[in-house]
Each structure stands twice: as C-alpha cells, then as structure tokens.
Design a protein around this ligand. Structure first.
Ligand SMILES: [Zn+2]
Length: 343
C-alpha cells in the first residue's frame, strides 16, 4: 500500500478522505500573485486544491524576489501568473492551474468568474484599494466567500468575508483612503515574514472554507510583527446595517461609479487614469514627500510631476487624475499608480 502525498494532512482531526475529496473538487481564484499570493498559492497547491486560477497584471521584477517565494532570478521579466502557474504545476502534477494575465477591472470582473466552473472562493492578494473594493462588490453580489489579506511595512491584516454572515470590507472600512494617503510596499517597504504570515493565514482560511467552515475565526486579524502587537475584531458584530454594499446592495465599484477607465493618450506614449475614490483628490504635500523618495518630482498648485527612479514619467493632479508615461498599456499604468500613489 502506498502512502498518500497528503498523509500528514489527512491524519489531522477533521480531515481524512472526505476532506481530501472536497479539496480536490475545489476551485480557488487568487487575485494578485505577489507577496501574499505566492505563499497562499504554494500552500493551496501542496494541500491538494484541485483547481487554481491566478489573476495578475504584472511581470516579475528583481525587487520582488525578496518576498515573492514562487519566483527565481530566471523569472524576471515573465508575467507573474504564468511563472507562478509553471512552478505550481511542478509542485503538484495533479493540479489544474490557469494563468490569467489580466488587469481586474469593473468591466471584466464578472466575466472572469463566469466562463469557468465558478470558483468556490476568491483570495484577495492585491496591493491596491480600487481592486479590493471591486472584489468586495463582486463577492457580495455573487455570494462568494472572499479571503482578504493586506501587508505593508511591518503590519498585516487578514479577514474572511462570508456574504450574509459576516461584515464585508465596506462595513469595516467604509471608504478607501484618499489617493496618496495609504502606504504601499513601493513607498513604505515590506517585511517578507509579514507577507508570508498573511498569505499563509489566507491559505488556512481557504482550506477551512472548503473542509470545515465552522473552524473559521470570524475575526479581523491585525498585527505589527516588529512592534509585537496583535489584535482581533469580531466580524459578526461589525456588520453595518446601513452598509452601501452588503445591506443596500449598491455595488459602486463593480458598476464603475468610482473612477473612469484608464485612457491611452494618443501620440503621447502615455495613459491617463482617475483614482477610484469617492473623496476627491490626494493630499498634495504628503504625496509629494512620498514621491520624492521614489524619484525626482516637483510640486505646483495643480500637480506633482517628475520621473520615478526607473525613468517612468508620472504626473498626479490635485483632482486625483494621473498620467503615466512610457507606456500605452492601461494595466501597466494602473500598476504604477497603485504602487506609487496608492489607491
Ligand atoms: Zn458591508
């Protein structure tokens, strides 16, 4: 008799053959294949989740290797979703893994969950608020569990949203911070172990959702790994009876009410975009200070403009509009905006 590759998992309380079969039948969609997506995907592939869909708009960069554990030096320049899928297929040959090298937007979000067998749940491993609120709308509207994770600097946040049972993202964080206010990994840095803990916690909640939902904590976990602080907030008590999303079923982000689609500026090799935010433009002084650490920028009344350290021209206007140069690819422009302006 041969020992199953899942033996050390299947002898855990509550596991066994039935749990193994549920994992094999599950389809998990992971949006964002960076610091959080890498450890989460790796653990889910090894745990025997049958099908993984990876959505990511970026390519692997050298600075990713400090924490993005699915990639090696040879992957620099490759689309992340593709490089990750190759690695995961090598880890577990029985895995069905699909790389979706696309920018998740309000225009394609619903189509992405339709043509496939519908995912059992979605992991939010993204790095920007526009996509996070969009995923919250998508999951509440379609009653899909959403496993949220966030990590920046030395701090991590994780919660699992079960529509109809727990608070949703907008119950807990009613508005995204204004553009330029939130720290990003590109301006504030990220401690690798913080991302690994959050990604692993997301994988654990995904496994619980598939095998034994009663084991979920129903809390918002926050910690600062450097300051040794940790807290948990009860998500059942945090439901907002007036929440625009889960109570009123108004899906502002999914309907495109916040933020115009990025627009390629003809003949200028640049893309204009608008922050997906309800509260107007950025706080210009703070944003200028942060951009100054990422490149060379000057400030006027109406705009902050200059170039990032890699030579990419970037201008951010007081109304929240931005122009990203050296590209005609809206997804690339949105990625630059999310990384340096942070919305
Ligand atoms: Zn809500």
């Amino acid at each position: 008799m041969t020992v199953s590759r899942y033996h050390r998992q299947s002898i855990l309380p509550g596991f066994g053959h039935a749990a193994e079969a549920r994992l094999a039948a599950a389809h998990v969609m992971v949006v964002g294949c960076g610091a959080l997506g890498c450890p989460a995907l790796d653990l889910l592939a090894r745990a025997g989740v049958g099908r993984l869909s990876i959505v990511d708009r970026d390519v692997v960069e050298l600075t990713n290797l400090q924490r993005q554990t699915l990639f090696a030096e040879r992957d620099v320049g490759r689309p992340k979703a593709e490089a990750a899928a190759d690695r995961l297929r090598a880890v577990n040959a029985s895995l069905r893994c699909e790389a979706i090298c696309e920018d998740l937007t309000h225009e394609n979000a619903e189509a992405l969950i339709r043509p496939h067998p519908r995912p059992s749940l979605i992991l939010d491993c993204t790095d920007n608020f526009a996509t996070r609120y969009l995923l919250n709308d998508l999951c509440v509207k379609h009653t899909l569990a959403l496993v949220y994770g966030g990590a920046v600097a030395t701090r991590g946040t994780q919660l699992t949203i079960i529509p109809g049972q727990t608070a949703c993202l907008r119950c807990v964080f009613p508005d995204a911070p204004p553009p330029g206010e939130a720290e990003t990994c590109d301006t504030a840095g990220i401690l690798g172990p913080v991302a690994a803990i959050i990604g692993a916690t997301q994988a654990a909640d995904a496994i619980k959702l598939i095998v034994s939902p009663a084991a979920l904590s129903g809390t918002l976990l926050s910690f600062d790994l450097w300051a040794n602080q940790r807290s948990r907030l009860d998500l059942h008590a945090a439901r907002d009876p007036h929440c625009p999303c889960c109570a009123q079923r108004r899906f502002d982000f999914l309907s495109g009410a916040y933020g115009d689609a990025p627009r390629v500026l003809c003949g200028r090799n640049s893309v204009q975009l608008h922050a997906a935010h309800a509260n107007g433009g950025p706080e210009m002084d703070r944003l200028h200070a942060r951009l100054a650490s990422a490149g060379t920028f000057t400030r006027s009344t109406a705009a902050i403009s200059g170039t990032l350290a890699d030579g990419t021209p970037l201008a951010v206007f007081a109304d929240g509009r931005a122009i990203v140069g050296n590209t005609t690819d809206p997804a690339a422009a949105r990625a630059v905006y999310a990384r340096y302006v942070g919305a």
